[in-house]
Design a binder for this molecule. Sequence first.
Ligand code: NDP
Ligand code: OXD
Length: 313
Amino acid sequence: MTGGRVLLSVQGFNPQRWHELLSRSREVVLEPDGPRDPSIEYAVVWKHRPGVLAALPHLKIIFSVGAGVDHIFEDPDIPDVPIVRVVADNLTQYMTEYVVWRVLDHQRQGLTYRAQQARRIWHEPPQPAADAMRVGIMGLGTLGRAAAKALLALGFKLNGWSRSLHTMPGVETFHGPEGLDPFLHSTDILVSLLPLTPATRGIIDYDLLGKLNRDNPLGGAFFINAGRGQLQKDADIVRALDDGLIKEASLDVFETEPLPEKSPLWSHPKVFVTPHAAATSDPIHLVPPMLAQMDAFERGEKLQNVVDREAGY
Ligand code: NDP
Ligand code: OXD
Protein backbone atom coordinates (compact mmCIF):
# COMPACT_ATOMS: atom_id res chain seq x y z
CA MET A 1 0.00 0.00 0.00
CA THR A 2 1.39 3.41 -0.94
CA GLY A 3 0.55 6.97 0.08
CA GLY A 4 0.02 8.61 3.45
CA ARG A 5 -1.69 6.83 6.34
CA VAL A 6 -5.20 7.78 7.41
CA LEU A 7 -6.33 8.58 10.94
CA LEU A 8 -10.01 7.67 11.39
CA SER A 9 -11.15 9.60 14.47
CA VAL A 10 -14.88 9.45 15.14
CA GLN A 11 -17.22 9.48 18.11
CA GLY A 12 -20.85 8.48 18.46
CA PHE A 13 -20.96 5.57 16.01
CA ASN A 14 -19.10 2.39 15.18
CA PRO A 15 -16.41 3.21 12.58
CA GLN A 16 -15.88 -0.43 11.50
CA ARG A 17 -17.41 -0.08 8.03
CA TRP A 18 -15.52 3.18 7.37
CA HIS A 19 -12.34 1.43 8.49
CA GLU A 20 -12.92 -1.54 6.19
CA LEU A 21 -13.65 0.58 3.14
CA LEU A 22 -10.79 3.07 3.68
CA SER A 23 -8.42 0.13 4.30
CA ARG A 24 -9.01 -1.15 0.78
CA SER A 25 -6.48 1.33 -0.51
CA ARG A 26 -4.87 3.07 2.50
CA GLU A 27 -3.40 2.08 5.82
CA VAL A 28 -5.88 3.26 8.47
CA VAL A 29 -5.39 3.78 12.21
CA LEU A 30 -7.85 4.75 14.93
CA GLU A 31 -5.16 6.39 17.05
CA PRO A 32 -1.78 7.87 16.03
CA ASP A 33 1.38 5.90 16.86
CA GLY A 34 2.60 8.12 19.66
CA PRO A 35 2.17 11.83 20.29
CA ARG A 36 3.64 13.19 17.00
CA ASP A 37 3.01 10.45 14.46
CA PRO A 38 4.78 11.55 11.21
CA SER A 39 3.13 8.84 9.05
CA ILE A 40 -0.40 10.26 9.09
CA GLU A 41 -1.25 12.53 6.17
CA TYR A 42 -5.04 12.38 6.16
CA ALA A 43 -7.68 12.52 8.88
CA VAL A 44 -11.27 11.33 8.43
CA VAL A 45 -13.23 12.74 11.34
CA TRP A 46 -16.57 13.12 13.08
CA LYS A 47 -16.33 14.82 16.50
CA HIS A 48 -12.66 13.83 16.72
CA ARG A 49 -10.75 13.91 19.99
CA PRO A 50 -9.76 17.60 20.48
CA GLY A 51 -6.05 18.19 20.06
CA VAL A 52 -5.38 14.98 18.14
CA LEU A 53 -5.08 16.74 14.77
CA ALA A 54 -2.78 19.54 15.94
CA ALA A 55 -0.21 16.94 17.01
CA LEU A 56 0.17 15.44 13.51
CA PRO A 57 3.22 17.08 11.88
CA HIS A 58 2.52 15.86 8.33
CA LEU A 59 -1.27 16.16 8.19
CA LYS A 60 -2.33 17.30 4.70
CA ILE A 61 -6.13 17.13 4.58
CA ILE A 62 -9.00 16.78 7.06
CA PHE A 63 -12.08 15.01 5.67
CA SER A 64 -15.41 15.44 7.44
CA VAL A 65 -17.59 12.34 7.54
CA GLY A 66 -20.59 14.66 7.17
CA ALA A 67 -21.70 17.64 5.13
CA GLY A 68 -21.55 19.84 8.23
CA VAL A 69 -18.15 20.75 9.67
CA ASP A 70 -19.13 22.49 12.92
CA HIS A 71 -17.97 19.34 14.77
CA ILE A 72 -14.42 20.03 13.52
CA PHE A 73 -14.40 23.65 14.68
CA GLU A 74 -15.35 22.56 18.20
CA ASP A 75 -11.64 21.78 18.48
CA PRO A 76 -9.90 25.17 18.90
CA ASP A 77 -6.63 23.67 17.69
CA ILE A 78 -7.24 22.79 14.04
CA PRO A 79 -4.09 22.68 11.88
CA ASP A 80 -4.02 24.99 8.88
CA VAL A 81 -4.72 22.35 6.21
CA PRO A 82 -7.71 22.09 3.84
CA ILE A 83 -10.94 20.73 5.31
CA VAL A 84 -13.05 18.76 2.83
CA ARG A 85 -16.73 18.21 3.51
CA VAL A 86 -19.25 15.74 2.07
CA VAL A 87 -21.12 16.64 -1.07
CA ALA A 88 -22.68 13.47 -2.49
CA ASP A 89 -25.75 12.61 -4.51
CA ASN A 90 -26.68 9.87 -2.07
CA LEU A 91 -26.70 12.24 0.93
CA THR A 92 -28.53 14.92 -1.04
CA GLN A 93 -31.18 12.38 -2.04
CA TYR A 94 -31.71 11.33 1.60
CA MET A 95 -32.14 14.95 2.66
CA THR A 96 -34.51 15.72 -0.20
CA GLU A 97 -36.65 12.74 0.82
CA TYR A 98 -36.71 13.90 4.45
CA VAL A 99 -37.71 17.47 3.59
CA VAL A 100 -40.39 16.41 1.11
CA TRP A 101 -41.73 13.84 3.61
CA ARG A 102 -41.98 16.37 6.44
CA VAL A 103 -43.42 19.19 4.30
CA LEU A 104 -46.07 16.85 2.88
CA ASP A 105 -46.89 15.44 6.31
CA HIS A 106 -47.56 18.95 7.63
CA GLN A 107 -49.45 20.10 4.52
CA ARG A 108 -51.53 16.87 4.41
CA GLN A 109 -52.10 17.10 8.21
CA GLY A 110 -50.51 13.78 9.15
CA LEU A 111 -50.29 14.69 12.84
CA THR A 112 -54.00 15.51 12.91
CA TYR A 113 -54.92 12.23 11.21
CA ARG A 114 -52.74 10.20 13.57
CA ALA A 115 -54.40 11.87 16.55
CA GLN A 116 -57.83 11.23 15.01
CA GLN A 117 -57.01 7.59 14.32
CA ALA A 118 -55.97 7.06 17.95
CA ARG A 119 -59.47 8.21 18.92
CA ARG A 120 -61.28 6.44 16.01
CA ILE A 121 -62.47 9.75 14.55
CA TRP A 122 -63.67 9.72 10.90
CA HIS A 123 -63.31 13.35 9.81
CA GLU A 124 -61.81 15.07 6.77
CA PRO A 125 -60.48 18.55 7.57
CA PRO A 126 -60.21 21.14 4.76
CA GLN A 127 -57.24 20.24 2.54
CA PRO A 128 -55.30 23.12 0.98
CA ALA A 129 -53.39 22.26 -2.19
CA ALA A 130 -49.61 22.47 -2.31
CA ASP A 131 -49.68 25.73 -4.23
CA ALA A 132 -51.61 27.36 -1.39
CA MET A 133 -48.55 27.05 0.85
CA ARG A 134 -45.14 28.72 0.60
CA VAL A 135 -42.12 26.80 1.89
CA GLY A 136 -39.12 28.90 2.92
CA ILE A 137 -35.73 27.21 2.92
CA MET A 138 -33.03 28.75 5.12
CA GLY A 139 -29.77 27.73 3.46
CA LEU A 140 -29.94 27.52 -0.31
CA GLY A 141 -26.81 25.38 -0.64
CA THR A 142 -26.35 21.86 -1.98
CA LEU A 143 -29.13 20.39 0.17
CA GLY A 144 -31.45 23.40 0.20
CA ARG A 145 -31.45 23.76 -3.58
CA ALA A 146 -32.17 20.05 -4.13
CA ALA A 147 -35.06 20.15 -1.64
CA ALA A 148 -36.43 23.32 -3.25
CA LYS A 149 -36.39 21.67 -6.68
CA ALA A 150 -38.32 18.63 -5.43
CA LEU A 151 -40.90 20.80 -3.64
CA LEU A 152 -41.36 22.99 -6.72
CA ALA A 153 -42.12 19.85 -8.73
CA LEU A 154 -44.89 19.05 -6.22
CA GLY A 155 -46.41 22.48 -6.73
CA PHE A 156 -45.37 24.31 -3.55
CA LYS A 157 -44.42 27.96 -3.71
CA LEU A 158 -40.82 28.49 -2.63
CA ASN A 159 -38.72 31.07 -0.80
CA GLY A 160 -34.99 30.69 -0.22
CA TRP A 161 -32.63 32.55 2.11
CA SER A 162 -28.84 32.46 1.90
CA ARG A 163 -25.78 34.49 2.82
CA SER A 164 -25.03 35.64 -0.72
CA LEU A 165 -27.43 36.43 -3.54
CA HIS A 166 -28.76 33.41 -5.44
CA THR A 167 -31.15 33.08 -8.32
CA MET A 168 -33.11 29.90 -8.88
CA PRO A 169 -36.03 29.49 -11.29
CA GLY A 170 -39.34 29.39 -9.43
CA VAL A 171 -37.79 30.40 -6.09
CA GLU A 172 -38.19 33.84 -4.52
CA THR A 173 -34.73 34.47 -3.11
CA PHE A 174 -33.60 36.61 -0.19
CA HIS A 175 -30.16 37.04 1.29
CA GLY A 176 -28.25 38.49 4.18
CA PRO A 177 -29.57 39.82 7.48
CA GLU A 178 -31.69 42.45 5.69
CA GLY A 179 -33.41 39.74 3.63
CA LEU A 180 -34.39 37.64 6.63
CA ASP A 181 -37.56 39.41 7.79
CA PRO A 182 -39.19 39.64 4.33
CA PHE A 183 -38.28 35.98 3.78
CA LEU A 184 -39.96 34.97 7.07
CA HIS A 185 -43.04 37.17 6.64
CA SER A 186 -43.97 35.38 3.41
CA THR A 187 -43.06 31.83 4.58
CA ASP A 188 -45.71 29.37 5.84
CA ILE A 189 -43.50 26.29 6.26
CA LEU A 190 -39.93 27.07 7.38
CA VAL A 191 -37.22 24.51 6.60
CA SER A 192 -33.80 25.00 8.17
CA LEU A 193 -30.87 23.60 6.21
CA LEU A 194 -28.27 26.07 7.46
CA PRO A 195 -24.79 25.14 8.63
CA LEU A 196 -23.90 25.91 12.24
CA THR A 197 -21.47 28.86 12.28
CA PRO A 198 -20.90 31.80 14.63
CA ALA A 199 -23.37 33.76 12.45
CA THR A 200 -26.16 31.16 12.59
CA ARG A 201 -25.89 29.79 16.14
CA GLY A 202 -29.20 30.30 18.00
CA ILE A 203 -30.77 32.12 15.04
CA ILE A 204 -34.07 30.22 15.30
CA ASP A 205 -35.67 31.60 18.44
CA TYR A 206 -39.13 32.65 19.64
CA ASP A 207 -38.84 36.03 17.94
CA LEU A 208 -37.90 34.53 14.56
CA LEU A 209 -40.68 31.93 14.66
CA GLY A 210 -43.14 34.72 15.46
CA LYS A 211 -42.34 36.37 12.12
CA LEU A 212 -43.64 33.46 10.02
CA ASN A 213 -46.89 33.84 8.10
CA ARG A 214 -49.86 32.29 9.92
CA ASP A 215 -52.50 33.75 7.63
CA ASN A 216 -52.70 30.78 5.26
CA PRO A 217 -55.25 28.03 4.52
CA LEU A 218 -53.79 25.74 7.23
CA GLY A 219 -54.19 28.54 9.77
CA GLY A 220 -50.65 28.49 11.09
CA ALA A 221 -46.93 28.21 10.45
CA PHE A 222 -44.74 25.12 10.55
CA PHE A 223 -41.07 24.57 11.36
CA ILE A 224 -38.73 21.82 10.13
CA ASN A 225 -35.08 21.67 11.24
CA ALA A 226 -32.66 19.26 9.59
CA GLY A 227 -29.64 21.61 9.70
CA ARG A 228 -28.15 21.65 13.18
CA GLY A 229 -29.73 21.65 16.63
CA GLN A 230 -27.74 24.60 17.90
CA LEU A 231 -29.31 26.80 15.25
CA GLN A 232 -32.46 26.64 17.37
CA LYS A 233 -33.42 27.22 20.98
CA ASP A 234 -35.37 24.08 21.96
CA ALA A 235 -37.26 25.88 24.74
CA ASP A 236 -38.33 28.64 22.34
CA ILE A 237 -39.80 26.06 19.98
CA VAL A 238 -41.93 24.62 22.78
CA ARG A 239 -43.04 28.14 23.77
CA ALA A 240 -43.77 29.08 20.14
CA LEU A 241 -45.90 25.93 19.76
CA ASP A 242 -47.74 26.49 23.00
CA ASP A 243 -48.39 30.16 22.17
CA GLY A 244 -49.59 29.30 18.64
CA LEU A 245 -46.75 31.05 16.76
CA ILE A 246 -46.18 27.75 15.03
CA LYS A 247 -48.69 24.95 14.64
CA GLU A 248 -46.36 21.95 14.34
CA ALA A 249 -42.65 21.14 14.13
CA SER A 250 -40.51 18.36 12.67
CA LEU A 251 -37.14 18.22 14.37
CA ASP A 252 -34.25 16.02 13.30
CA VAL A 253 -31.63 17.95 15.27
CA PHE A 254 -31.50 19.33 18.82
CA GLU A 255 -29.45 21.60 21.03
CA THR A 256 -28.24 18.49 22.88
CA GLU A 257 -27.98 15.13 21.13
CA PRO A 258 -29.14 12.52 21.90
CA LEU A 259 -32.23 14.50 22.92
CA PRO A 260 -32.31 14.28 26.73
CA GLU A 261 -35.02 12.01 28.11
CA LYS A 262 -36.52 14.90 30.09
CA SER A 263 -36.98 17.15 27.04
CA PRO A 264 -40.63 18.18 26.58
CA LEU A 265 -40.12 17.82 22.81
CA TRP A 266 -40.33 14.01 23.11
CA SER A 267 -43.95 14.02 24.19
CA HIS A 268 -45.22 17.23 22.63
CA PRO A 269 -48.28 16.31 20.53
CA LYS A 270 -47.33 18.79 17.82
CA VAL A 271 -43.72 17.69 17.41
CA PHE A 272 -42.32 14.95 15.19
CA VAL A 273 -38.88 13.79 16.37
CA THR A 274 -36.22 11.90 14.41
CA PRO A 275 -32.74 11.16 15.87
CA HIS A 276 -30.44 13.20 13.58
CA ALA A 277 -31.26 10.75 10.82
CA ALA A 278 -32.47 12.99 7.98
CA ALA A 279 -29.48 12.25 5.76
CA THR A 280 -27.16 9.63 7.08
CA SER A 281 -23.53 9.41 5.92
CA ASP A 282 -23.27 6.06 4.17
CA PRO A 283 -19.61 4.99 3.85
CA ILE A 284 -20.32 2.87 0.77
CA HIS A 285 -21.08 6.11 -1.08
CA LEU A 286 -18.76 8.48 0.75
CA VAL A 287 -15.47 6.60 1.13
CA PRO A 288 -14.71 6.15 -2.63
CA PRO A 289 -14.76 9.92 -3.31
CA MET A 290 -12.56 10.52 -0.24
CA LEU A 291 -10.00 8.00 -1.46
CA ALA A 292 -10.20 9.48 -4.96
CA GLN A 293 -9.48 12.93 -3.52
CA MET A 294 -6.41 11.61 -1.65
CA ASP A 295 -5.10 10.10 -4.89
CA ALA A 296 -5.90 13.25 -6.88
CA PHE A 297 -4.18 15.41 -4.26
CA GLU A 298 -1.06 13.25 -4.49
CA ARG A 299 -1.10 13.75 -8.28
CA GLY A 300 -1.15 17.51 -7.63
CA GLU A 301 -4.79 18.05 -8.60
CA LYS A 302 -7.16 20.57 -7.00
CA LEU A 303 -9.32 19.46 -4.08
CA GLN A 304 -13.12 19.60 -4.33
CA ASN A 305 -15.63 20.69 -1.65
CA VAL A 306 -13.12 22.56 0.47
CA VAL A 307 -14.57 24.43 3.45
CA ASP A 308 -14.25 28.20 3.68
CA ARG A 309 -12.66 28.46 7.11
CA GLU A 310 -13.53 32.09 7.58
CA ALA A 311 -17.22 31.53 6.84
CA GLY A 312 -17.17 28.30 8.89
CA TYR A 313 -18.90 26.05 6.32
P1 NDP B 1 -23.91 24.28 1.88
O1 NDP B 1 -22.64 24.83 2.41
O2 NDP B 1 -23.95 23.77 0.48
O3 NDP B 1 -25.08 25.37 2.02
C1 NDP B 1 -25.21 26.18 3.14
C2 NDP B 1 -26.21 27.27 2.82
O4 NDP B 1 -26.42 28.05 4.00
C3 NDP B 1 -25.73 28.24 1.73
O5 NDP B 1 -26.78 28.61 0.90
C4 NDP B 1 -25.23 29.43 2.54
O6 NDP B 1 -25.28 30.67 1.85
C5 NDP B 1 -26.24 29.42 3.67
N1 NDP B 1 -25.72 30.16 4.82
C6 NDP B 1 -24.61 29.94 5.55
N2 NDP B 1 -24.45 30.87 6.49
C7 NDP B 1 -25.48 31.72 6.35
C8 NDP B 1 -25.86 32.92 7.02
N3 NDP B 1 -25.14 33.43 8.02
N4 NDP B 1 -26.99 33.54 6.60
C9 NDP B 1 -27.70 33.05 5.57
N5 NDP B 1 -27.41 31.93 4.89
C10 NDP B 1 -26.30 31.27 5.29
O7 NDP B 1 -24.35 23.14 2.90
P2 NDP B 1 -25.28 21.85 2.62
O8 NDP B 1 -26.49 22.29 1.92
O9 NDP B 1 -24.48 20.77 2.02
O10 NDP B 1 -25.61 21.41 4.13
C11 NDP B 1 -26.28 22.27 5.01
C12 NDP B 1 -26.24 21.73 6.43
O11 NDP B 1 -27.11 20.60 6.56
C13 NDP B 1 -24.90 21.17 6.91
O12 NDP B 1 -24.02 22.20 7.27
C14 NDP B 1 -25.31 20.31 8.08
O13 NDP B 1 -25.32 21.09 9.26
C15 NDP B 1 -26.74 19.91 7.74
N6 NDP B 1 -26.86 18.47 7.51
C16 NDP B 1 -27.70 17.74 8.34
C17 NDP B 1 -27.88 16.41 8.13
C18 NDP B 1 -28.85 15.64 8.95
O14 NDP B 1 -28.87 14.40 8.86
N7 NDP B 1 -29.67 16.27 9.76
C19 NDP B 1 -27.16 15.70 7.08
C20 NDP B 1 -26.34 16.54 6.26
C21 NDP B 1 -26.20 17.88 6.48
P3 NDP B 1 -24.40 30.91 0.51
O15 NDP B 1 -25.05 30.04 -0.56
O16 NDP B 1 -24.57 32.35 0.23
O17 NDP B 1 -23.01 30.47 0.82
C1 OXD C 1 -23.95 15.85 8.30
C2 OXD C 1 -24.82 15.19 9.25
O1 OXD C 1 -23.51 16.98 8.53
O2 OXD C 1 -25.04 13.97 9.15
O3 OXD C 1 -23.68 15.25 7.24
O4 OXD C 1 -25.36 15.86 10.13
